[in-house]
Design a protein around this ligand. Structure first.
Ligand code: ARG
Length: 579
């Protein structure tokens, strides 16, 4: 093989050697004027095995040239490789490196902001999906070698708190608060909102008709709400103490929800933590650039006027001088940049806030920080689903406990399987789509469900156990007996295809790092699982009468497949069960 200047793109991909060889051969055919790296990068993995193991798309024609691996070297290349790299097989580490020669120093840093519920309001479906998708994205970046900061940006500041406090003054009861704190706060919030609704509607009508809303908002609950929030922003001890009390109650509840979901955060921040000075710094920049204007007492950005079609006009500082959601968010970006010097920041928030995030990013650009805006990404998703998921999940776990009676720790297993169920369902489509909440389908062990994957993993585990073999036995065996496996498999296409699929895994992880779509990994894992079940019929380990060498070789094949399945499941944030 000819020399290649650059190191292979995916050093944890056993088949890079095929790619490199193919690239070199192609360069020789086409002529030296073409860059080998370009050809190397153009080689892709097709989505079905019938279309080959690698393809080269000749761009202008739409034709894909297929290439097939020859069987003999495949197990020899792949299996020892998977055994060596184990949990790292498929990790494209260099993608996350600033400088590949100094892995630790040079790691890139990503902040993943997700979940971010609102204090004293319902933890709704959107927050749950953000939690699941955010945890998945964090996991993904972590396993690709990035340094990840998982951030929960609590909705713990703003006028809705003023309203809650007004409600507390009217309907609050220390007794009920002691009995069921969060429920009581939610009750209060619902009741005060009902009273507030006519006022809010009157104000919206006025705004829609282009009338001034100042008068409406200077009386009634509006005035009370705004006055309380003003006191909070001024740091008045009594107002702050009440706010802190409500906040603590909510956080306690959220933390227990996260524990059940097996999700943790590196940092709990929140809208309340954004410093007034940072907000003022943003405003100063906006004024300097001439995009910040006063409008009837509030401060606004007219995006349309400054060339951003479709973004409308947004209030940045309210009429009573208080900060807005938008101003706090933009200020928070500056603070996080200061604190973390991140390379990338991802907001996992429902598509209801698409327009909003475009405004956040544009505001930064207007403030002269296009460099910073370019590092931000809003990862969205559809959000009106999964309403009763937390109760449903509870149910699943209870039902599974009986079934797992023979297992050492049925609670833990039931928990893992139950959570995998919800997550697999969540990952079955594109993030942006919603899906019907079908608990029966979700928890079934048949079809493409989480429990099916778990079952598949447990079955692979039991093969080694039943054969009385350890992973060390297999690794030992792999050293010199692999040709036997190739010979044994030569007429068993199902198993050859299993190997070919296993070889694709590093490509799947590389793709998913680009598209951040969990369904890419999920689809792959089910292909792998289906392929495995067709192999079981043809290739047995225990009871194979071809002798011990063949048994060991086959066991190594299944163990390799198990490792790939495990890596994929972990990438999605599942904990594979042993039995
Ligand atoms: N708390 C907000 C909500 O529940 C989501 C926060 C999203 N993140 C942000 N930086 N604005 O709607």
């Amino acid at each position: 093989m000819g020399p290649r200047s650059a190191p292979p793109k995916f050093p944890r991909d056993a088949t890079f050697i095929y790619r490199a060889y193919l690239a070199d051969t192609l360069v020789k055919l086409i002529g030296d004027h073409i860059d080998a790296d370009l050809v190397y990068d153009a080689i892709q993995t097709p989505s079905t095995l019938v279309n080959g193991d690698l393809v080269l798309p000749p761009t202008t024609t739409g034709i894909h040239l297929p290439f097939f691996f020859t069987l003999l070297p495949l197990p020899r290349l792949l299996l020892p490789y998977i055994f060596d790299w184990q949990g790292s097989y498929g990790k494209t580490l260099d993608v996350g490196l600033r400088n590949p020669s100094t892995p630790q120093l040079g790691r890139k840093k990503v902040i993943v902001e997700f979940s971010s519920p609102n204090i004293a309001k319902e933890f709704h479906a959107g927050h749950l999906r953000s939690t699941i998708i955010g945890a998945y994205i964090s996991n993904l970046y972590e396993s690709m070698g990035w340094e990840v900061v998982k951030l929960n940006y609590l909705g713990d500041w703003g006028k809705q708190f003023g309203l809650l406090a007004v409600g507390w003054e009217r309907f609050g009861s220390e007794e009920e608060l002691a009995r069921d704190p969060l429920k009581h706060l939610l009750d209060i919030y619902v009741r005060i909102n009902t009273l507030f609704k006519p006022e809010a509607e009157a104000s919206k009508r006025a705004r829609d008709e282009g009338r001034d809303t100042a008068e409406i908002e200077s009386q009634g609950l509006y005035a009370e709400r705004n006055a309380f929030f003003r006191r909070m922003e001024d740091g008045e001890p009594e107002a702050v103490a009440l706010w802190r009390r409500f906040r603590d109650i909510s956080i306690e509840r959220y933390v227990s929800t996260y524990t059940r979901l097996n999700i943790s955060f590196d940092e709990y921040s929140g809208e309340s933590q954004v410093q007034p000075a940072s907000a003022e710094a943003v405003e100063k920049l906006l004024k300097e650039k001439g995009v910040y204007e006063e409008d009837k007492g509030s401060w606004v950005i007219d995006f349309e006027k400054h060339g951003s079609k479709g973004l409308g006009v947004a209030v940045v500082r309210g009429r009573t001088g208080t900060t807005t959601y938008l101003l706090r968010d933009v200020a928070a970006v500056l603070e996080r940049e200061e604190k973390h010097a991140f390379d990338k920041m991802i907001y996992v928030v429902s598509s209801e806030q698409d327009l909003y995030f475009r405004r956040v990013f544009k505001t930064l650009e207007f403030a002269g920080r296009a460099d910073l805006a370019a590092r931000l990404q809003h990862v969205n998703f559809g959000s009106d689903i999964l309403d009763q998921s937390s109760t449903a999940m509870h149910d699943v776990m209870r039902r599974n406990t009986a079934k797992y009676a023979q297992i050492d720790d049925p609670d833990t297993v039931a928990e893992s399987v139950g959570i995998t169920a919800v997550m697999v369902q969540d990952m079955s489509g594109k993030r942006i789509n919603n899906y019907p909440f079908d608990i029966a389908r979700m928890t079934s062990f048949e079809g493409d469900t989480g429990p099916y994957l778990q079952h598949c993993h447990a079955r692979l585990n039991s093969i080694l156990r039943k054969a009385g073999l350890t992973r060390a036995d297999l690794a030992q065996h792999l050293a010199d007996n692999l040709d036997r496996l190739a010979a044994d498999l030569a007429d068993k296409q199902h198993c050859v295809d299993l190997l070919r699929l296993m070889a694709q895994y590093p490509d799947v992880t590389a793709t998913v790092l680009r598209n951040l779509e969990p369904s890419t990994v999920r689809t792959y894992l089910f292909r792998l699982a289906h392929q495995l079940s067709s192999c079981y019929d043809v290739v047995q380990v225990v009871g194979a009468n071809e002798g011990r060498d063949v048994m060991l070789s086959r066991a190594a094949l299944y163990e390799g497949a198990r490792q790939v399945l495990e890596n994929g499941m972990r990438l999605l944030g599942f904990s594979p069960v042993e039995r």
